[in-house]
Write a protein that binds this ligand. Structure first.
Ligand code: SER
Length: 315
């Protein structure tokens, strides 16, 4: 097998930056090409500006660098999507179709597409939502991800494209800031705790959502992409579960590190998005098919997040 050479779109994003660095660590800096519409956040690998709506530019980059693993991350998240539905649809859908078409044309070996808990909406059990539960998303973002997963499956069935996908829960990490999502509060709350000792939360106290620590989400992504093809039985997107908590529960955990930390709840339009999402996912297919196992629970996550952000803000 040829050596793995990867290209990422959306490499400057919340997951992209951490995943790019993890891939550099794994394959070496000459084996990674990071691309984004915004500027280089300071990677030590090759970086190119790329708009995912520019199909020719995408094809040139993949072909010039002889890419065999393509991580197409660029997307507009749920809250921004509600404010600008047509932009979210264009970037999320046209961007993905460009990626899939180019990958077929260039016979790219493997493609990764991030999906989300947002694909679920009405008519599902909120607790341990199943892999094959009905998809009736309420947000534009969720609609684009549900359609996207099905496009991935279509390209696998029709063209044999080896495309793999995960339904990420809210991703929580100290390295990068999320942007425009509904689960962003779970990162913001740590910065507020360390800096101000007070947080105004845009979701209700009891808004239970599935979440995952950044380390786990990066490991899941690379493990999925490294798994032999015949282990990947789901070609839409795998449910992925880290942990589940409410704003009040994470607040109580953070208080163990800062007992004077206070919170108030001022839910806004994002509460409606959260209301439509599951509280937890059943990820037993991921466990069974390619050996997924989470390493972080809420207490381990809180400890690492709080201490890392404290350290970061000292500098
Ligand atoms: N974190 C994303 C969001 O909140 C969910 O996939 O939009």
């Amino acid at each position: 097998m040829s050596r793995t050479k990867v290209l990422l779109t959306g490499a400057a994003g919340q997951i992209g930056q951490v995943l790019t660095r993890a891939l550099i660590e794994k394959y070496g800096k000459d084996q990674v090409v990071a691309t984004d519409i915004s500027s280089d956040p300071g990677f030590n690998c090759h970086f190119e500006k790329l708009d995912v709506l520019d199909k020719d530019g995408m094809k040139t980059a993949l072909s010039n660098h002889k890419i065999n693993h393509f991580y197409h991350l660029a997307a507009i998240l749920s809250a921004t999507g509600e404010k600008n539905p047509s932009l979210a649809w264009d970037i999320n859908m046209k961007g993905l179709l460009n990626a899939l078409e180019v990958a077929v044309e260039l016979k790219t070996e493997r493609v990764f597409f991030p999906s989300s808990i947002a694909v679920f909406g009405e008519g599902v059990d909120k607790d341990r939502t199943g892999q094959n539960a009905v998809l009736i998303p309420r947000s534009v973002y969720g609609i684009s991800k549900a359609a996207g997963e099905n496009w991935c499956n279509y390209y696998f069935e029709k063209y044999g494209l080896d495309v793999r996908s995960l339904r990420y829960p809210g991703v929580i990490g100290y390295q990068t800031m999320p942007g425009g999502g509904t689960t962003d509060y779970a990162v913001d709350i740590f910065y507020a705790a360390v800096k101000e000792g007070h947080y105004e939360c845009f979701l209700e106290a009891g808004a239970r959502l599935p979440m995952i620590y950044m380390d786990d989400s990066i490991r899941a992504t690379i493990e999925l992409m490294e798994a032999p093809s015949d282990r990947i039985k789901v070609r839409t997107s795998y449910n992925l579960q880290g942990m589940s908590f409410t704003p009040e529960e994470i607040y109580q955990e953070i208080k163990k590190y800062r007992p004077d930390f206070t919170i108030e709840y001022a839910p806004d339009y994002r509460q409606k998005i959260a209301d439509s999402w599951p509280g937890s996912l059943d990820d037993s297919d991921a466990q069974k098919d390619w050996g997924w196992k989470r390493a972080y629970d809420i207490s381990k996550l809180t400890k690492e997040m709080y201490l890392a952000i404290q350290e970061k803000l000292k500098k």
